[in-house]
Write a new protein. Structure first.
Lengths: 424, 150, 424, 150
């Protein structure tokens, strides 16, 4: 579904995003370079949700009346749409969660909750190992730390190297017969590094480990196909891909979803219930306890439509061109050091940097005075920053609506920031 | 009575609901399966008895559910008993396809007989599951028997 | 905040709900009597969310830029608004979840995840008892079954009596020194029964048990004040109180929230993180891993505004009058039996009934043909139905926008349904 | 330079950031606390040394953070050292109130001295925490000392 049916015209795209009209103060135009934290919503996404709420809203799955059917059709239709967007073989492999974080927690908890009926490869117990990387977002680190703590398994990690990519030198000793899970990010939310998934999947397969992919930063920005990637689970968030907050997605191979125990329990995920015990429904229902994010699913489906109309190849090309421009521009500023690999097809979207001797908060403050909305701090990747001896970085991230002029404003703004602090 | 309602509660449906055919659990049987619809709590227990060459000797059941699901079980039993599994496979496939078509497809009465009376439910997504539940149970029973045999 | 500042004029209220204009087919007006499953949204709620999305949307908590501040203000302002609506002493006692189900899971999981540093009263272990009731929604039953399974604790329950209220005869032997938690619903989503919380809280206090209240069906329909109720935790859902799906609330006493371990882990809930381990932030952040339902919080706050403008006393009075009308009308129909207590101030909003010899699906189908959108089935309260020998019921539930004429249409519709099936 | 920025990075702030007063961890001390701002990773280690009648003999610290938080630590140490806890309590309370007022309240220079230079941050909700972190650490240290003693 990556074939675009619309020319990639940034000005036309911008007119779809009402918030881009916002002024920060009468003199300051907003320049939103924080899509990596959360994206903005095009009109099409907002309208889809409002249309649903004013025409078809009802509880899903549970009702026999016509409104319930309309709502269920919309909700299950959204599931099909998202399956299609991700290249999932079946909509039954799509579980709606509240965000990528819940999706990752779901997998990590379920791996620790199995019993003797659960296949051994889906059960993490004492003596097993869990492999993550040093570049993980806390969302793909702490749930595994906790799983290790609860089960007595050992958490290990692939270290970062000085060139801001994973150091795979010792992979052979890190990924062993004891490794049950390799959990890693597709793209670093700080460095912009895209990890060599094919190579890592092959290595994991060779030792029988499952691969959990955090696609929160990749699926919104490049052609993405779970079948091609060959991983076992994928987590992502709606709000990072032009969709609503309050919805995330866990994709999993059906035979794995079928074999792991549920995580959240309650209504709509059961088969039968007595006071003593419950049996559980088939996936995906088994993992969707309670009333799901219904209108948000509709919004997310509209976001997939929007992105596919632009074409993910073109989205990626656009954002890559901006990244290159930013890297080149920032390279020319004294005292500024980009924290991430040099320009390459294996690095996109997010450009983090350090200004020598200046705390990112101070850098961000000056940039904000110029309208530039960039994120500062450790970006929920504290170990990564520690590795490079940093307390934080300043990060700009690019979206479909970002223009070359905005990137130039960023470059000029960073130069100005350096001058500003020098002048004090 | 609205025309949609009359398309649903056809005379045949009511007839089968009131006087379900082949109802009640009987011996002998090769396997017994139990199916539940978790959204409404409907249940069916179904027993299947095949000959060695997969002729359906007997199919007996105990169904708790709405008129549509009870009538569907009754009509299914009527259709299946005395025929071979193979012969009935296109019947099952056609019936399921038409039921899931949301009313876009018309049913072939030569294939599905009284099943034609259930097609009104195809327009009501909430009811499709009710009608298909007995068939799902039949399929599950088939899978079990075949697994038992080898 | 229960003082109304608007006359309770149902016609004016109806004009706030765009979806009420919907026709099911050219001849059939929609009569929405399924607010118990999910409520409809007034324009004010939809508009608040759209305004946020088109003006202030950004990631919360994490950014130093002005958009992040605006979004954080909106999100934290919503927390204050909801604290106020619930009578919570502090906004720091409000945890945003995805729905009531997650809120209940959070408490149930946290009670099982403590270690030696957790106070004993907040740790359920082998030999302890958990007390629920036979009328619970699956959301407030299965998480406790699972907690019992994981910890070796024993799950017990207060039975239902023939008059559709809790049978408290044996409370003394059910609620003992071994009981760590009493988890129960404020109002049954099937029977409409409102439980005697004050009495139960006193009994629980006497044995040192904590009280977890499922307020999913009560907080939206009556004046509600956590301080007055005296319970320890409260769970509810946004979508049942005119707000968005994708958001729920857990209220907890601060000293308890402070003492229980986190549940979901990831970004924004940490204090420090190394590769080996993490320490966690104070509540409520500790329990809000990942990007929260930001625009949904804004929508929920607008729903609180809307309800408070009407006045919760008046909302309750309106829905009670409708309930009384429905009970009287249904009582006059042969073969119809209401499953719930007789009219009284201790019963509201939901009216479930059984039509002799007819499956609820069939009843709901005929009612739907008349435009009446009622729910059929076990309403996620299967044990309750089993107790009364039922496979399901048909349930009408009333909302602020329900009119007496709609209730009359229900009564006429049920009478018609009985006739219809008799005539076949 | 925008006027908002100049209200934030006042000469005094820059002065204190460049040459922080009383910085570095010193002996003797009664207690040491460590505080972290989880959103940005800023850290402060603070040591407090009181006399028996709660005079602040010494307050030393090691702060990692932005200019605002470092300046705030420096100004705070300047204000507190040599005074009694009781005397300084209204200073702390007033400073915190003004900082949280979003710029609605003006600061009393007689009370908070150089602290007045930090008030530009009150208009930036994202920075208020930076400025208050040293004060939070001071309060935590007080609580600890009192707990040790009592
Ligand atoms: C009494 C009760 N508790 C809990 C829930 C669960 O709410 P949700 O599905 O929004 O999590 C519901 C609604 O279905 C309910 O009626
Ligand atoms: C790489 C990565 N993983 C996971 C997440 C968590 O996403 P969310 O906060 O939506 O759960 C994020 C975003 O913050 C991210 O950048």
């Amino acid at each position: 579904m990556s074939a675009s049916s619309r020319e990639f015209d940034v000005e036309a795209i911008r007119s779809d995003f009402p918030i881009l009209q916002r002024m920060l103060d009468p003199d300051t135009t907003m320049i939103y370079l924080d899509g990596g934290a959360t994206s903005q919503r095009p009109r099409q996404v907002i309208d889809a949700e409002v249309a649903f709420l004013t025409q078809d809203n009802a509880a899903v799955k549970r009702g026999a009346h016509r409104m319930a059917s309309a709502a269920t059709d919309a909700y299950e239709g959204a599931r099909e749409r998202i399956a299609d967007f991700l290249g999932a073989p079946s909509p039954d492999e799509i579980v709606f969660t509240k965000n990528a974080t819940e999706a990752l927690n779901l997998v990590a908890h379920s791996f620790g909750n199995g019993d003797s009926s659960t296949p051994a490869r889906l059960r993490v117990t004492e003596g097993d190992e869990i492999l993550v990387t040093e570049m993980e977002h806390h969302a793909n680190l702490i749930p595994w730390q906790e799983l290790a703590r609860r089960t007595g398994a050992r958490l290990r990690w692939v270290p970062l190297s000085e060139d801001f990519t994973l150091d795979l030198t010792d992979l052979g000793s890190l990924l062993t017969e004891r490794t049950k899970v390799l959990a890693l990010t597709h793209q670093s939310n700080v460095l912009g590094t895209v990890n060599p998934i094919a190579q890592l999947v092959e290595a994991a397969r060779a030792v029988g480990a499952l691969v959990v992919l955090d696609a929160a930063q990749s699926a919104p920005h490049m052609p993405f196909d779970v079948a091609e990637l060959g991983v076992d689970f994928v987590a992502l968030s709606g709000h990072k891909m032009l969709g609503p907050t309050g919805i995330g997605v866990l994709w999993g191979r059906y035979e794995l979803l079928e074999a792991i125990p549920p995580f959240l329990t309650g209504g709509s995920m059961i088969e039968t219930v007595t006071m003593e015990r419950a049996t559980f429904a088939e996936p995906p229902a088994r993992f969707e306890a309670g009333t799901p994010p219904i209108s948000q699913a509709v919004g997310l489906a509209a976001a997939c439509d929007y992105l596919d109309t632009l074409g993910m190849e073109q989205v990626a090309a656009h954002e890559q061109a901006l990244t290159l421009r930013a890297l080149e521009g920032l390279a020319g500023i004294e005292d500024v050091r980009v924290i991430g690999p040099a320009a390459s097809p294996e690095r996109t979207g997010a450009v983090a940097f350090d200004v020598a001797g200046r705390h990112p908060h101070d850098v961000g403050q000056v940039l904000d005075s110029l309208g530039l909305q960039v994120r500062v701090g450790h970006h929920c990747a504290w170990p990564l920053h520690r590795k490079y001896g940093l307390h934080g970085t300043t990060r700009a991230s690019f979206s479909v609506h970002t223009t070359a002029a905005e990137v130039d404003a960023l470059i000029a703004g960073v130069a100005h920031t350096v001058d500003f602090f020098r002048s004090l | 009575m609205s025309s949609q309602l009359s398309a649903l509660y056809t005379e045949l449906v009511i007839e089968h609901d009131k006087r379900p055919q082949h109802a009640g659990l009987r011996d002998p049987f090769d396997t017994e399966v139990h199916h539940v619809n978790p959204t409404c709590g409907d249940e069916i227990t179904l027993r299947l008895h095949l000959t060695d060459d997969e002729q359906i000797e007997d199919l007996s059941y105990d169904a708790i559910g709405c008129a549509m699901s009870r009538a569907s079980a009754s009509i299914m039993a009527d259709l299946l008993i005395g025929h071979s599994v193979e012969e009935m496979d296109p019947v099952r496939a056609h019936f399921e396809e038409v039921m899931r078509s949301r009313g876009r497809l018309e049913g072939d009465e030569d294939l599905i007989g009284d099943g034609i009376a259930l097609l009104g439910a195809a327009k009501f997504p909430g009811r499709v599951k009710c009608v298909l539940m007995p068939w799902k149970a039949y399929q599950a029973a088939l899978v079990e028997i075949r697994a038992l045999e080898g």
